[in-house]
Design a protein around this ligand. Structure first.
Ligand SMILES: Cc1cc2nc3c(=O)[nH]c(=O)nc-3n(C[C@H](O)[C@H](O)[C@H](O)COP(=O)(O)OP(=O)(O)OC[C@H]3O[C@@H](n4cnc5c(N)ncnc54)[C@H](O)[C@@H]3O)c2cc1C
Ligand code: FES
Length: 249
């Protein structure tokens, strides 16, 4: 069940470069949220930006919903200027979320901002101390390592330029995994496609979280459809999480 609610901003601070962490007091949404779901934020009272902006639920702490976002355009730039005490109009939690029931050992694979929904998932799976593979172009884009380690995850890093951890891709690290695990991944499409290929080759179950441009965010406009083995599906409604074998790339 999704709600439209006014949330009070508790904190909105830069965590390095163009990355921000936003904490919102919003008990209705925090109570209902599952890892992998997202909220759709109304950022301005005016027409710019006209549409809400979808942001994954990064974590939930009591009545608070945390979001992690990168400033990439007008909407996120305006969001970064919001101050503690201001109100935000949110719709959420939206989408299906990851299915973590009965999971064997989990590996979480994050590419860039793909770490955002995976911290909440790691919290839910913390008893089994998931392995987290974080990949990015360079050291400055590696986020949340301490947060994952704090809850008992083992973190391995890969950077394209070798400035931190393994020089290469997070999926190169995934290829080296020999035990049978459940893979949960979020990141850019080429990375998710590579995850699906690896999961198929190793016969491992995998869930991937897709990002598409969204207009309504509630399943009404068909602006976010992807082609799947079961027909066209809406990322905002039937997703954003899909089984790896489901997507036709
Ligand atoms: C389900 C979902 C969850 C998301 N979770 C997060 C998150 O946790 N943290 C975060 O930083 N971002 C997240 N995003 C992406 C975020 O919604 C966009 O970055 C944001 O809407 C950009 O708004 P803007 O007005 O700042 O930029 P715009 O001016 O709208 O766009 C700036 C640039 O970003 C690209 N862009 C915009 N929206 C998307 C999108 N949906 N997918 C890919 N590229 C996009 C545009 O093509 C353009 O190049 C998520 C998107 C979806 C669909
Ligand atoms: S964004 Fe409108 S149907 Fe998904």
């Amino acid at each position: 069940m999704a709600y439209q609610a006014k949330g009070k901003i508790l904190k909105n601070s830069c965590v390095g470069g163009s990355y921000f962490k936003l904490s919102i007091f919003c008990p209705k949404i925090s109570k209902a949220a599952l890892p992998g779901q997202f909220v759709n934020l109304k950022i301005s009272h005016g027409f710019i930006p006209l549409l809400r902006r979808p942001i994954s639920i990064h974590n939930v702490r009591g009545s608070n919903v945390d979001l992690l976002y990168e400033v990439v355009g007008k909407g996120t730039e305006l969001l970064s200027r919001k101050k503690a005490g201001e109100e935000l109009d949110l719709i959420g939690p939206l989408g299906n979320g990851f299915s973590a029931r009965g999971a064997r050992r989990a590996i979480l694979v994050a590419g860039g901002m793909g770490v955002a929904p995976l911290l909440f998932l790691a919290e839910k799976l913390k008893k089994q101390k998931p392995l987290v593979l974080i990949g990015a172009k360079t050291r400055k884009q590696i986020l949340c390592v301490k947060e994952f380690e704090k809850i008992g995850c083992v973190v391995k890093i890969a950077t394209d330029d070798g400035s931190c951890g393994f020089k290469g891709r997070a999926t190169d690290l995934l290829k080296k995994i020999l035990v049978r695990v459940t893979i949960y991944a979020c990141g850019p499409k080429p990375m998710l496609k590579a995850v699906c290929v690896i999961a198929k080759a190793k016969n491992m179950p995998a869930q991937i979280s897709l990002e598409e441009h969204m207009a309504c965010g509630i399943g009404a406009c068909l602006g976010c459809v992807v082609n799947t083995t079961k027909g066209m599906k809406r990322v905002c409604k039937e997703g954003p999480v899909f089984d790896s074998g489901e997507i036709i790339w």
